[in-house]
Design a protein around this ligand. Structure first.
Ligand SMILES: NC(=O)c1ccc[n+]([C@@H]2O[C@H](COP(=O)([O-])OP(=O)(O)OC[C@H]3O[C@@H](n4cnc5c(N)ncnc54)[C@H](OP(=O)(O)O)[C@@H]3O)[C@@H](O)[C@H]2O)c1
Length: 250
Protein backbone atom coordinates (compact mmCIF):
# COMPACT_ATOMS: atom_id res chain seq x y z
CA UNK A 1 0.00 0.00 0.00
CA UNK A 2 1.28 3.50 -0.84
CA UNK A 3 2.50 5.71 2.02
CA UNK A 4 0.18 8.64 2.62
CA UNK A 5 1.83 12.06 2.41
CA UNK A 6 -1.50 13.76 1.88
CA UNK A 7 -1.96 16.74 4.22
CA UNK A 8 -5.50 17.74 3.23
CA UNK A 9 -7.41 18.96 6.28
CA UNK A 10 -4.20 19.73 8.19
CA UNK A 11 -2.92 23.15 9.18
CA UNK A 12 0.78 23.97 9.39
CA UNK A 13 2.52 27.00 10.85
CA UNK A 14 5.96 27.79 9.44
CA UNK A 15 8.15 30.36 11.18
CA UNK A 16 10.60 32.28 9.01
CA UNK A 17 8.39 31.70 5.97
CA UNK A 18 9.34 35.05 4.43
CA UNK A 19 12.57 33.73 2.92
CA UNK A 20 14.80 30.76 2.03
CA UNK A 21 14.07 27.36 3.51
CA UNK A 22 10.90 28.50 5.30
CA UNK A 23 9.36 29.70 2.06
CA UNK A 24 10.18 26.36 0.45
CA UNK A 25 8.67 24.42 3.39
CA UNK A 26 5.49 26.47 3.09
CA UNK A 27 5.23 25.81 -0.66
CA UNK A 28 5.87 22.08 -0.17
CA UNK A 29 3.35 21.59 2.64
CA UNK A 30 0.72 23.61 0.79
CA UNK A 31 1.29 21.63 -2.41
CA UNK A 32 0.45 18.48 -0.43
CA UNK A 33 -2.85 19.96 0.70
CA UNK A 34 -2.07 21.66 4.03
CA UNK A 35 -3.43 25.06 4.98
CA UNK A 36 -0.36 27.12 5.83
CA UNK A 37 0.18 29.92 8.32
CA UNK A 38 3.19 31.97 7.26
CA UNK A 39 4.93 33.62 10.23
CA UNK A 40 7.84 36.08 10.31
CA UNK A 41 8.52 39.78 10.90
CA UNK A 42 8.36 41.07 7.29
CA UNK A 43 4.66 41.17 6.44
CA UNK A 44 5.22 42.41 2.87
CA UNK A 45 7.14 39.23 2.01
CA UNK A 46 4.63 36.98 3.77
CA UNK A 47 1.68 38.61 2.07
CA UNK A 48 3.29 38.32 -1.35
CA UNK A 49 3.85 34.60 -0.73
CA UNK A 50 0.34 34.11 0.64
CA UNK A 51 -1.04 35.36 -2.70
CA UNK A 52 1.00 32.75 -4.58
CA UNK A 53 0.09 29.75 -2.41
CA UNK A 54 -3.46 28.49 -2.12
CA UNK A 55 -4.86 28.27 1.39
CA UNK A 56 -2.23 30.48 3.06
CA UNK A 57 -2.45 33.28 5.59
CA UNK A 58 0.27 35.60 6.87
CA UNK A 59 0.87 36.52 10.49
CA UNK A 60 3.49 38.86 11.91
CA UNK A 61 5.51 37.12 14.59
CA UNK A 62 8.86 37.88 16.17
CA UNK A 63 9.91 34.51 17.57
CA UNK A 64 12.53 36.09 19.81
CA UNK A 65 9.78 38.00 21.64
CA UNK A 66 7.70 35.87 24.01
CA UNK A 67 4.81 38.38 23.96
CA UNK A 68 4.70 38.45 20.17
CA UNK A 69 4.51 34.63 20.04
CA UNK A 70 1.79 34.53 22.72
CA UNK A 71 -0.20 37.25 20.91
CA UNK A 72 -0.08 35.35 17.61
CA UNK A 73 -1.23 32.08 19.12
CA UNK A 74 -4.05 33.84 20.98
CA UNK A 75 -5.13 35.45 17.68
CA UNK A 76 -4.97 32.15 15.81
CA UNK A 77 -7.00 30.39 18.51
CA UNK A 78 -9.58 33.20 18.58
CA UNK A 79 -10.08 32.78 14.85
CA UNK A 80 -10.64 29.05 15.35
CA UNK A 81 -7.40 27.74 13.88
CA UNK A 82 -6.26 24.25 14.91
CA UNK A 83 -2.58 23.66 14.24
CA UNK A 84 -1.41 20.15 13.38
CA UNK A 85 2.13 20.85 12.14
CA UNK A 86 4.69 23.40 13.31
CA UNK A 87 7.98 24.05 11.54
CA UNK A 88 10.38 25.97 13.78
CA UNK A 89 12.50 27.38 10.98
CA UNK A 90 13.11 31.07 11.82
CA UNK A 91 16.78 31.70 12.45
CA UNK A 92 19.66 34.11 12.13
CA UNK A 93 23.40 33.64 11.70
CA UNK A 94 26.41 35.82 12.41
CA UNK A 95 30.02 35.21 13.26
CA UNK A 96 30.97 35.52 16.93
CA UNK A 97 34.78 35.08 17.00
CA UNK A 98 36.19 34.89 20.49
CA UNK A 99 39.05 37.33 19.77
CA UNK A 100 36.79 40.06 18.38
CA UNK A 101 36.46 43.00 20.80
CA UNK A 102 33.00 44.24 19.80
CA UNK A 103 30.53 41.47 19.03
CA UNK A 104 27.59 43.89 18.48
CA UNK A 105 25.39 41.81 20.81
CA UNK A 106 25.26 39.14 18.10
CA UNK A 107 25.82 36.37 20.60
CA UNK A 108 22.66 37.01 22.61
CA UNK A 109 20.57 37.86 19.53
CA UNK A 110 21.42 34.50 18.00
CA UNK A 111 20.58 32.61 21.19
CA UNK A 112 17.40 34.65 21.65
CA UNK A 113 16.17 33.92 18.11
CA UNK A 114 17.51 30.44 17.36
CA UNK A 115 17.03 28.85 20.79
CA UNK A 116 14.56 30.94 22.79
CA UNK A 117 12.46 31.46 19.65
CA UNK A 118 12.17 27.70 19.21
CA UNK A 119 11.32 27.33 22.90
CA UNK A 120 8.61 30.03 22.87
CA UNK A 121 6.94 28.68 19.73
CA UNK A 122 7.24 25.03 20.80
CA UNK A 123 5.73 25.83 24.20
CA UNK A 124 2.84 27.71 22.60
CA UNK A 125 2.12 25.10 19.94
CA UNK A 126 2.55 22.10 22.28
CA UNK A 127 0.03 23.61 24.73
CA UNK A 128 -2.31 24.35 21.82
CA UNK A 129 -2.04 20.74 20.55
CA UNK A 130 -2.50 19.29 24.04
CA UNK A 131 -5.54 21.49 24.80
CA UNK A 132 -7.26 20.58 21.53
CA UNK A 133 -6.25 16.89 21.62
CA UNK A 134 -4.28 17.26 18.37
CA UNK A 135 -1.76 14.51 17.57
CA UNK A 136 0.63 17.03 16.08
CA UNK A 137 4.08 17.13 14.55
CA UNK A 138 6.71 19.69 15.53
CA UNK A 139 9.70 19.95 13.21
CA UNK A 140 12.72 21.95 14.34
CA UNK A 141 15.39 23.19 11.97
CA UNK A 142 18.86 22.59 13.37
CA UNK A 143 22.05 22.66 11.34
CA UNK A 144 25.07 20.51 10.65
CA UNK A 145 26.86 23.16 12.70
CA UNK A 146 24.84 21.93 15.68
CA UNK A 147 25.81 18.29 15.36
CA UNK A 148 28.96 17.10 13.69
CA UNK A 149 30.82 20.21 12.58
CA UNK A 150 30.71 23.42 14.63
CA UNK A 151 31.36 26.54 12.54
CA UNK A 152 34.79 28.00 13.30
CA UNK A 153 34.20 31.55 14.58
CA UNK A 154 30.50 30.83 14.86
CA UNK A 155 30.15 29.67 18.45
CA UNK A 156 26.77 31.28 19.17
CA UNK A 157 25.19 29.85 16.00
CA UNK A 158 26.63 26.36 16.55
CA UNK A 159 25.59 26.12 20.19
CA UNK A 160 22.12 27.51 19.45
CA UNK A 161 21.61 24.72 16.92
CA UNK A 162 23.16 22.06 19.19
CA UNK A 163 20.68 23.19 21.85
CA UNK A 164 17.77 22.88 19.41
CA UNK A 165 18.86 19.32 18.56
CA UNK A 166 19.00 18.48 22.28
CA UNK A 167 15.68 20.24 23.00
CA UNK A 168 14.16 17.92 20.37
CA UNK A 169 15.26 14.89 22.39
CA UNK A 170 14.51 16.38 25.80
CA UNK A 171 10.84 17.10 25.05
CA UNK A 172 9.97 13.59 23.86
CA UNK A 173 9.09 12.44 27.38
CA UNK A 174 6.63 15.28 27.98
CA UNK A 175 5.05 15.36 24.52
CA UNK A 176 4.68 11.65 23.73
CA UNK A 177 1.83 10.92 26.19
CA UNK A 178 -0.19 13.47 24.16
CA UNK A 179 0.86 11.84 20.88
CA UNK A 180 2.69 15.01 19.88
CA UNK A 181 5.85 14.18 17.93
CA UNK A 182 8.95 16.36 17.76
CA UNK A 183 11.84 15.92 15.34
CA UNK A 184 14.68 17.93 13.90
CA UNK A 185 16.20 18.42 10.46
CA UNK A 186 19.88 19.38 10.31
CA UNK A 187 20.55 20.83 6.87
CA UNK A 188 23.91 21.34 5.24
CA UNK A 189 24.47 24.29 2.87
CA UNK A 190 21.66 25.86 0.83
CA UNK A 191 21.67 28.92 -1.42
CA UNK A 192 19.53 31.25 0.71
CA UNK A 193 19.93 34.90 1.74
CA UNK A 194 21.47 33.66 5.00
CA UNK A 195 24.54 32.35 3.17
CA UNK A 196 25.17 35.05 0.60
CA UNK A 197 27.17 34.76 -2.63
CA UNK A 198 30.37 33.32 -1.09
CA UNK A 199 28.66 29.98 -0.54
CA UNK A 200 30.15 28.56 -3.77
CA UNK A 201 33.56 28.47 -2.05
CA UNK A 202 32.33 25.67 0.16
CA UNK A 203 31.68 23.24 -2.70
CA UNK A 204 35.14 21.57 -2.58
CA UNK A 205 34.49 20.73 1.08
CA UNK A 206 31.26 18.82 0.41
CA UNK A 207 31.71 15.12 -0.35
CA UNK A 208 28.69 15.04 -2.70
CA UNK A 209 30.32 17.87 -4.64
CA UNK A 210 27.53 20.45 -4.71
CA UNK A 211 25.50 22.87 -2.64
CA UNK A 212 22.03 21.55 -1.79
CA UNK A 213 19.12 22.38 -4.09
CA UNK A 214 16.14 24.17 -2.61
CA UNK A 215 13.98 21.03 -3.05
CA UNK A 216 16.37 18.71 -1.17
CA UNK A 217 14.37 18.86 2.08
CA UNK A 218 10.92 18.48 0.48
CA UNK A 219 10.65 14.71 0.98
CA UNK A 220 11.77 14.83 4.60
CA UNK A 221 9.49 17.70 5.61
CA UNK A 222 6.50 15.83 4.15
CA UNK A 223 7.54 12.59 5.82
CA UNK A 224 7.84 14.25 9.24
CA UNK A 225 4.65 16.28 8.78
CA UNK A 226 2.57 13.23 7.86
CA UNK A 227 1.32 11.32 10.91
CA UNK A 228 0.76 8.29 8.75
CA UNK A 229 4.23 8.23 7.23
CA UNK A 230 6.20 8.96 10.42
CA UNK A 231 3.75 7.93 13.18
CA UNK A 232 6.45 6.22 15.27
CA UNK A 233 9.22 8.79 14.69
CA UNK A 234 9.97 11.23 17.49
CA UNK A 235 13.07 12.73 19.08
CA UNK A 236 15.10 12.11 15.94
CA UNK A 237 17.43 14.42 14.07
CA UNK A 238 17.88 13.88 10.33
CA UNK A 239 20.97 15.28 8.66
CA UNK A 240 20.77 16.23 4.98
CA UNK A 241 24.13 17.63 3.98
CA UNK A 242 25.67 15.86 0.98
CA UNK A 243 27.89 13.89 3.37
CA UNK A 244 29.44 17.00 4.93
CA UNK A 245 29.12 15.75 8.51
CA UNK A 246 31.00 12.53 7.86
CA UNK A 247 33.45 13.37 5.12
CA UNK A 248 33.71 17.17 5.10
CA UNK A 249 36.82 19.16 5.83
CA UNK A 250 35.40 22.37 7.33
N1 LIG B 1 20.67 28.07 4.44
C1 LIG B 1 21.40 27.11 4.98
O1 LIG B 1 22.38 26.66 4.38
C2 LIG B 1 21.04 26.56 6.33
C3 LIG B 1 21.77 25.46 6.79
C4 LIG B 1 21.45 24.93 8.02
C5 LIG B 1 20.41 25.46 8.77
N2 LIG B 1 19.74 26.53 8.30
C6 LIG B 1 18.66 27.06 9.13
O2 LIG B 1 17.48 27.11 8.37
C7 LIG B 1 16.64 28.17 8.82
C8 LIG B 1 16.26 29.07 7.66
O3 LIG B 1 17.44 29.65 7.14
P1 LIG B 1 17.54 30.31 5.70
O4 LIG B 1 18.81 29.90 5.13
O5 LIG B 1 16.28 30.09 4.97
O6 LIG B 1 17.70 31.84 6.14
P2 LIG B 1 17.03 33.19 5.59
O7 LIG B 1 16.76 33.09 4.15
O8 LIG B 1 17.87 34.27 6.13
O9 LIG B 1 15.62 33.19 6.35
C9 LIG B 1 15.52 33.32 7.72
C10 LIG B 1 14.08 33.47 8.08
O10 LIG B 1 13.96 33.60 9.50
C11 LIG B 1 13.11 34.69 9.77
N3 LIG B 1 13.45 35.27 11.06
C12 LIG B 1 14.65 35.71 11.51
N4 LIG B 1 14.55 36.23 12.73
C13 LIG B 1 13.24 36.13 13.07
C14 LIG B 1 12.48 36.50 14.20
N5 LIG B 1 13.05 37.10 15.27
N6 LIG B 1 11.15 36.24 14.21
C15 LIG B 1 10.56 35.65 13.15
N7 LIG B 1 11.21 35.28 12.06
C16 LIG B 1 12.53 35.52 12.01
C17 LIG B 1 13.30 35.66 8.62
O11 LIG B 1 12.13 36.43 8.45
P3 LIG B 1 11.96 37.99 8.84
O12 LIG B 1 13.27 38.65 8.64
O13 LIG B 1 10.88 38.44 7.90
O14 LIG B 1 11.49 37.96 10.26
C18 LIG B 1 13.44 34.69 7.45
O15 LIG B 1 12.17 34.33 6.96
C19 LIG B 1 17.43 28.89 9.92
O16 LIG B 1 17.04 28.40 11.17
C20 LIG B 1 18.87 28.48 9.62
O17 LIG B 1 19.69 28.54 10.76
C21 LIG B 1 20.01 27.10 7.09
Amino acid sequence: MAVNFNLYGKTAIITGASSGLGEQFARTLAASGARVILAARRMDKLEALSHEISNAIAIQMDVSDKESVARCFAELEQSGKKIDICVNNAGIAARTPIFEKDDKNDFMSIIQTNLMGVWYVTKAVANHMKNYGIHGSIINIGSVNGNAIPAKGGTAYSISKAAVIHLTKTLVGELSPHKIRINCISPGWFRTPMNGPDIEQIIPLIPYGDIAQSSDLDGLILYLASNEASRYVTGSTFTIDGGMSWGGKL
